[in-house]
Design a binder for this molecule. Structure first.
Ligand SMILES: [Fe+2]
Ligand SMILES: [Fe+2]
Length: 387
């Protein structure tokens, strides 16, 4: 078997790591690739950071074929050197061909590692990154001459770094093309990198599984994390936005009569009755209030209006409305533009979103709720007045 080993700090793991692993498996025709977070990176670290880095890596690679996560280095007490790791690895895989993957920035330093000659005997060296610089050629030549090994190079455009991600975490940007949203959820759930923690909502998340199917559940997590990011951007409470996003579709799969029952104390718009698909929003607000005794007006209103919107939407209402539209599981033509618009001008994004909805309703020969036009016209009017 051809086995790859890819070590790193993964602080945090990001989309670039995932793309690289996929590329390596394909280009090297690997049967298996171990992703191995290091236990004791040179900078000083708290004990729990190891556990969290491993937790994030497990989530990031959970659906990638041929990938296994190795906790070998994480579990070691003393600093781990690559030659030791590979020696133990060789013992476990005596008949396999081992490929050791590392970033191109290691190329010139490699001869200074501890026992590079042993590493070269145990594994084929694979460097990934931007190829073609003079320094790259010099590095390859040095390894060839000193250790008689022939390093392999994988050209890989690496434009995301963990350092950048860490500094972007505190800003309100759309980040899920760089960072898998479940990894982000892990980060904010555990309050890593100074993010306000949402751990207190874990029991609600667990309970949510009783009401909706897996796909809708993932969508709800997507809305929760997107609303959290948007709240940072638009100076709302990120934790409350997360909570509203998490629960916004809780009534979606309830039978219609139950939904109607939950709406008893809520004033419905005639269109909500006419289009039963819309009912789960007010029903959800009714349910959350009744079952969990939640009275927070912002949260209830965010859930209440997440499908239709209304003329006087608050910023918080708009967050949930748009987060539902653009969360990372959504995949439709133009979604990227809409994400960008959402994080630059919320009202314009809503208008754009409504335009998209109207166009698709026209195309499918379906009725258009006047509320859509009301919300759109109202936002347009405000925009024009503001100018
Ligand atoms: Fe919904
Ligand atoms: Fe939704």
């Amino acid at each position: 078997m051809k086995i790859g080993v890819f070590g790193g700090t993964f602080d945090p793991v990001h989309q670039g790591h995932i793309e690289l692993v996929k590329t390596a498996i394909e280009e090297l025709d690997l049967d298996l690739l171990y992703v191995m977070p290091n236990g004791n990176p040179p900078h000083k670290e708290k004990e729990w950071d190891k556990k969290h880095r491993l937790g994030m890596v497990k989530l990031a690679f959970r659906n990638i074929p041929k990938v296994e996560i190795s906790d070998y280095e994480i579990n070691k007490e003393e600093p781990s050197y690559t030659y030791e790791t590979l020696t133990d690895f060789q013992k476990e895989h005596p008949d396999d061909e081992i490929y050791f993957l590392m970033g191109m920035d290691n190329l010139s330093y490699f001869p200074n590692w501890k026992h590079p000659e042993i590493i070269c005997k145990l594994a084929k060296l694979v460097f990934f990154g931007r190829c073609g610089y003079e320094r790259t050629e010099e590095g390859v030549k040095a390894i060839r001459e000193q250790f008689g090994a022939e390093p392999m190079l994988i050209s890989f455009g690496w434009d995301i770094s963990s350092t950048e991600i860490r500094s972007e975490l505190g800003q309100g940007t759309y980040i899920f093309h760089k960072l898998p949203f479940l990894v982000y959820q892990y980060i904010i759930r555990n309050g890593l990198y100074d993010c306000p923690s949402v751990k207190e909502y874990d029991s609600f998340e667990e309970d949510l599984k009783n009401y909706i199917e897996e796909k809708r559940f993932l969508h709800s997590i997507g809305v929760a994390v997107t609303a959290y990011r948007m709240a940072i951007r638009y100076k709302e409470d990120p934790k409350l936005a997360y909570f509203a996003g998490l629960l916004h579709d809780i009534a979606k799969r309830m039978p219609l009569d139950k939904q109607l029952d939950l709406c008893k104390k809520i004033e419905l718009h005639p269109d909500e009755v006419a289009y039963p698909k819309m009912l789960h929003a007010p029903a959800g607000a009714g349910f959350v209030k009744k079952k969990y005794n939640i009275k927070d007006k912002k949260l209830l209103s965010g859930i209440r209006y997440h499908t239709m919107g209304h003329k006087d939407m608050t910023t918080f209402d708009k967050l949930i409305y748009m987060a539902d539209y653009i969360e990372p599981c959504r995949n439709f033509d133009g979604v990227e533009d809409l994400r960008e618009a959402t994080f630059s001008n919320l009202d314009e994004a809503i208008i754009k979103g409504i335009d998209t909805t109207i166009l698709s309703l026209v195309e499918e020969h379906l009725k258009i709720s006047p509320v859509l036009l009301e919300v759109r016209n109202d936002l347009l009017e405000r925009e024009q007045k503001g100018r």
